[in-house]
Ligand binder design. Structure first.
Ligand SMILES: [Zn+2]
Length: 113
């Protein structure tokens, strides 16, 4: 099972972010369920592992990954950054950037027998 964040975060004039897009659950049969309840998202995340931590800068279109915990990466225009590797996802932008596309994937850990 995978929990996928496919969100666009754009900045308003006041500097806050507006999120558009979807957060959805993909089961092992590839059925998609759109999740809109933040509490449910947090519950699902708690049982899963981050397996993909990527943002795309809306200014330079650079796609950047953070691979390890202290792997802080900037896009080529310098407007956005991502950090945290597969431990957590942290990202940010400069004040006047257009924003980012978030592509985060959380997966159910493989069970050992
Ligand atoms: Zn950029």
């Amino acid at each position: 099972m995978k929990l996928i964040y496919d969100l666009k975060a754009t900045q308003t004039i006041s500097g806050t972010f507006v999120y558009t897009g979807n957060c959805y659950l993909l089961d092992d049969q590839y059925n998609i369920t759109i999740i809109t309840n933040m509490d449910q998202i947090e519950e699902l995340k708690a049982e899963m592992e981050l397996t993909h931590n990527r943002i795309e800068c809306l200014d330079c279109k650079n796609k950047i990954f953070s691979n390890t915990t202290h792997d802080l990466k900037h896009c080529s225009c310098g407007n956005c950054w991502v950090d945290g590797g597969l431990s957590y996802s942290r990202w940010g932008t400069k004040e006047r950037s257009s924003g980012v596309l978030l592509k985060l994937i959380y997966s159910t850990p493989l069970k050992e027998d």
